[in-house]
Each structure stands twice: as structure tokens, then as C-alpha cells.
Design a binder for this molecule. Sequence first.
Ligand code: AMP
Ligand code: MG
Length: 349
Amino acid sequence: MQKVNTKIVKIDKQNIDEDKIRCASEILKKGGLVAFPTETVYGLGANALDEAAVEKIFEAKGRPQDNPLIVHISHINQIKHLVQSVPEKAYKLMEKFWPGPLTILFNKSENIPYKVTAGLSTVAIRMPNHKIALEIIRNSKIPIAAPSANISGKPSPTYAKHVIEDLNGKIDMIIDGGSTGVGVESTVLDISTEIPVILRPGGVTREDLLTVFEQVTYDAALEGNNKELIPKSPGQKYRHYSPKAEMIVFEGEVNDIIEKIKIMLEQYLYKGMKVGIMATKQTKNHYNYENVIVVGDRENPETIAANLFEALRQFDKIGVDIILAEGISEKGIGKAVMNRMKKASTKRR
Ligand code: AMP
Ligand code: MG
């Protein structure tokens, strides 16, 4: 791949510099790539209507060709051009959760290249709840295809420094708008069936969706250990979000988790390995050991979602051989956190 001179610009989301937004929009309109913050993670954007521009996303990320992209819009009116029809269920969701971390699947119109949807007849669309992202989309007047702005397989970026680590020299512009908020990606929802199905848990929880629908289920491939089932969200089939080190996630009651981690710690240290422990505010003092990273507060799992990917990248920086990670309750956003932790890990205990 040809090396590109990547422009890195800071934008204050409280006081947006419109010249910088215009510069980003110009790049996008000409078929270039711009990374920008959203409320979930940083996105790597391209013109969703320009097949050649979209192809560059796959190249820069090393993304498998069968993993479709989410199209980002800034106004509900944009959707008509992109889909065949807007079902009643979608209107209810858009009204309640947009802008926000909910991606809805629609039957795509012919304006969306198959490159975006990885050959699928459905297109995933969302409206991000971030001023910088919305301004860029509004200003460029085009829908923006944007997966997470990381090298495929690595933890998603929640700070501009993560994007710089992964994509500097590969894309035209990186906008540094500070840390993202939610910290895990959007929920991907299929509303084509009578009971809506969550294909990927994310920032909008099942509990949130149950305020709109009587029933909401998870894609069967997300549940249990049946490896035969193929996830309907293609991205879910890959090992993902992964730090360089092997990672083991411990599930169950918190005191059992602590005891199991202490035993494993001794065993790995005895083998001469450098171990990292991902702990929480409530548990950190149980480990009398140096490489403990506190990912957040168990009582407030939103803090864990916000810090998860940064914590995984920190373990890479420390250069540990193995990460022993505490699991958390799968209630609310905990479902998305545990989904990412399991995908990042090689083993579960
Ligand atoms: P990323 O933006 O990197 O978080 O990845 C987007 C996610 O949305 C991937 O896991 C995709 O599998 C999922 N996705 C995008 N489009 C579709 C679609 N048409 N059907 C099902 N899942 C989709
Ligand atoms: Mg991603």
C-alpha cells in the first residue's frame, strides 16, 4: 500500500472549527478516508456511495471482504435514498434512539454499492450522537460508511492516539476530538422478523429496546457455546478486539473469579510469564501484584465499557504474555462488554 501523508487535526467538540470540518468533508467528497470520533468508538469514514472510496477502507484496515460496513447519516431524510422502504418498527426506533448507538438493518436500495454491504441485500444504518461526526456528515452531504478506525482484529479505538497507532500513513486525515463516550460499538438490530433480533450487543441495551417492543431476542449464535451456528452479523464470527497477548476471561461469582485468577497468576508466574490482570475498582486490592489495570467500577458498568479497549491496548504497551480478565454481569451494557471480552479472549474459565 502506498504511504499517505496523514493530516492530524484537533477539533474541540464544544467549539467546532468549521474550517476543519470543511476540510474533512472535501477529502470525503473526493473519495478519501477520514477518521473521526463518534459516541461509541472512532470511525474510519468514506463516501458510502463511492465504491472505490469504500474499497480503500477495507485496504487500510485489512478488513475481511465479507464484513459489511455501517452507513452513518446525520438526518432521517437521507435514509430514503439508501433503502427500499422504512418499516413502522424502524420509525419507532429512530425516534427514540437516534442519534445514538443503535444500528438498524434495512433492505438496501440500488444506490448502495454491494462493496458496503459485503454482498448482502441489507444495509446497516445509524445516526451517531456526536457533534463532530454529525457536522462532517452534514457538511459533506453524503452518507458515510464507517467501521471502527482500527487495524482489523485489534481493539477498537476510543482515543485518537489509538487511530494514530493503527492508521497513521494509511489514511488522509485523523480528527482528534478527545475520548469517545460509550466505548463499545453500536447495537446491530434486525427488525425483519416479528420479534426484533440483536445481532451484536452494543450501546443501546436489550433493556432499552424493551421500552419500545414487547420482545427482543439475541441472535442464537451469540448465546451459548454452539460453534456450529454462524452469526448473522458477519463481524461477529472473527476473533476481534484482541490485544497481542493471550487473554482468559473468568466468569461467575466475583469472589470465585478473584480466587481463580490468584491461582492462575501463581501458575503463570511460576512458568516465568509476564501476566496482566484486568480488575475492577472493587477487586483491585485483592491482587498483590504490579500489572493490574483497573478497567472500571462494577457498580457502574458504563465505566467499564468506556475503558475496556484502552485497557486492552495498555496491556500491549506493558508487553504482558497473558491477560487474566475479570468478567462482569451481563445485565445492561454488561452484555456488550462481555461480548467484546469473549471475542478478544482465547479462553473462558
Ligand atoms: P464495525 O463498524 O467495525 O463495528 O463493524 C460493523 C458491524 O456491523 C459488523 O460486525 C458487521 O457484521 C455488522 N453489519 C454491518 N452491516 C450488516 C448487515 N447488512 N447485516 C448484518 N450485520 C451487519
Ligand atoms: Mg470494528
